[in-house]
Design a protein around this ligand. Structure first.
Ligand code: SF4
Length: 325
């Protein structure tokens, strides 16, 4: 690890000023410090933002509001989260070990960097770490990589589990920067890799995530997060699905679905949702709808299995919501 300095700030404005001057903000540090140890990231000046007043978890009208510095463990254990949005609690518990959940913040979780092994190997070609150098994963070990949203320049999956749940639930985020505040869907935080995979999110220079807001809805309590992975103790998703159903009088009135482990960003599947509306929920209906999940999928040499695993995971996740007639 290379030498660096660290200072603390206690106000959002001071954090914005620090970020605007090129210093790196850190909260839990669970990704950044790791990457600094491997010298993948080499910031010389860090700014500790843990003292900012952004840790609240509260209900505002029917919305759940989560401060950007709330820890994953706090959010998962919060009674309002468990009562109103069990999908979020489930995705957080599935998303990291207890030690990491105690340290990692919600904002940091959304901004975590990819887990592609080549990204961390300094001698491997990686357009994300070293733009223009190539992508070792395309013809290398790519069983865990994406089949949706890929480009010739990068095929890494987005690693966050809670991001998948938040995208499914139409969550928004409020950010603050040198030019003021703005609010936008969490889904719009994540860029597709295209020809510039080193640009991962849509935050402007100096912007800081302040909070995430999750709207309440009739389907928010009938929702489940299913994560398929190589080992149950702790691992990133091969495929995951955040599924929610609103069923009234035996008919699906509303459906939400986002998937992880298969896309270069959390992947909302609106075509699958639309195919479910007005149907009586059963396995055949879920299977028929899940077929459209593969539209545009481009498998690599090592991850064809995801084309089979993705629809199966979607069907199982909808069955777990209890939406079977
Ligand atoms: Fe780098 Fe992306 Fe290729 Fe992995 S998939 S080696 S992160 S460019």
């Amino acid at each position: 690890m290379l030498p660096f300095t660290i200072e603390k700030v206690t106000s959002v404005d001071a954090a914005i000023a620090a970020a605007s001057s090129g210093r790196r903000l850190t909260a839990g540090g669970t990704t950044l410090i790791d990457l600094m140890r491997d010298e993948v990231e080499q910031p010389q000046q860090l700014v500790d933002i843990n003292a900012l007043p952004l840790s609240d978890i509260r209900i505002d009208r029917s919305d759940l509001v989560i401060g950007a510095l709330a820890r994953m463990a706090e959010v998962a254990a919060h009674p309002d989260v468990q009562r109103l949005h069990p999908l979020i609690a489930e995705s957080l518990i599935e998303g990291a070990s207890p030690q990491l959940r105690n340290m990692a913040s919600i904002g940091g979780n959304l901004l975590q960097r990819v887990r592609c092994p080549y990204f961390r190997m300094l001698d491997a070609a990686c357009n994300k770490r070293n733009p223009g150098s190539g992508c070792a994963a395309r013809d290398g070990l790519n069983a865990g990589h994406a089949v949706l949203g890929t480009s010739d320049h990068c095929v890494a999956t987005h690693p966050s589990d809670v991001a998948v749940a938040l995208v499914a639930l139409d969550a928004t985020m409020r950010v603050k920067g040198p030019k003021g505040e703005r609010t936008f869907p969490v889904e719009e935080l994540f860029r597709l890799p295209g020809a510039t995979p080193h640009l991962e999110h849509t935050l402007l220079p100096g912007e800081l995530i302040v909070e995430v807001r999750v709207p309440g809805g009739p389907d928010s309590r009938r929702a489940r997060y299913l994560k398929v992975r190589d080992r149950a103790s702790y691992e990133f998703a091969l495929v995951s699905a955040a599924a929610a159903l609103d069923v009234a009088d035996g008919v699906i009135r509303g459906a939400r679905l986002a998937v992880g482990g298969v896309g270069t960003r959390p992947w909302r599947l609106r075509a699958v949702e639309a195919a479910l509306i007005g149907k009586v929920p059963d396995r055949q209906v879920f299977q028929a709808a899940a077929r459209s999940a593969l539209e545009g999928a481009r498998p690599l040499s090592g991850n064809h299995y995801k084309l089979e695993l993705l629809p199966r995971t979607i069907v199982r996740a909808f069955e777990m919501t209890g939406g079977i007639a």
